[in-house]
Design a protein around this ligand. Sequence first.
Ligand code: E4P
Length: 218
Amino acid sequence: MKFFIDTANLKDIAEAQALGILDGVTTNPSLMAKEGITGKNNILKHYVDICNLVDGDVSAEVNALDFEGMIKEGEELADLHEQIVVKLPMTKEGIKACKYFSDREIKTNVTLIFSAGQALLAAKAGATYCSPFLGRLDDVSTDGLNLIDEIRQIYDNYGFETQILAASVRHTMHVVNCAKIGADVMTGPLSSIMGLLKHPLTDIGIAQFVADYEKGNK
Ligand code: E4P
């Protein structure tokens, strides 16, 4: 299972990278704005800064909603750095653009997926990644994990190579449950990754081992 971090915060990205388990980064216009990164040139530069911090795929989202605009923006993003994955919205135009880029071997991530039918279309269009938003489904009393499970079954039925990128992950149990279902990738905030480290029995065990070791050195 690949671990992506879902942020535009360079400090958080560097911290996850330093742990040695980071496989990539996802961003979106809201995450960029949260870091105060606005304006086309600043956003493009920030994508390059992120690529230079990590080894894996970095999803960069188009803002255009029409096909021609998505192609123009996507090509500009893809030219920025070899690690860039063009992130496209789950719309009719987005699916057409996904097919255009996959035919040209440019990696894509179809985002804002909330149903198995949408995930099926993304796979048919040759998406590298499809991003079901599980946290946002949970937010509206709908089982987000169930959607990941349905997509896994459909992709396995037909051997689709599109990777399920479980997005809108909010906490550690989302990560663990996505791993149980077989999501190929999860993307979440730094806290959802670092939280996996924690267990009180580990802390108690370490304190006990340190105390016992020190006894022998007195
Ligand atoms: C995915 O690519 C999105 O950036 C993200 O996971 C959305 O998460 P949120 O629902 O917590 O905003």
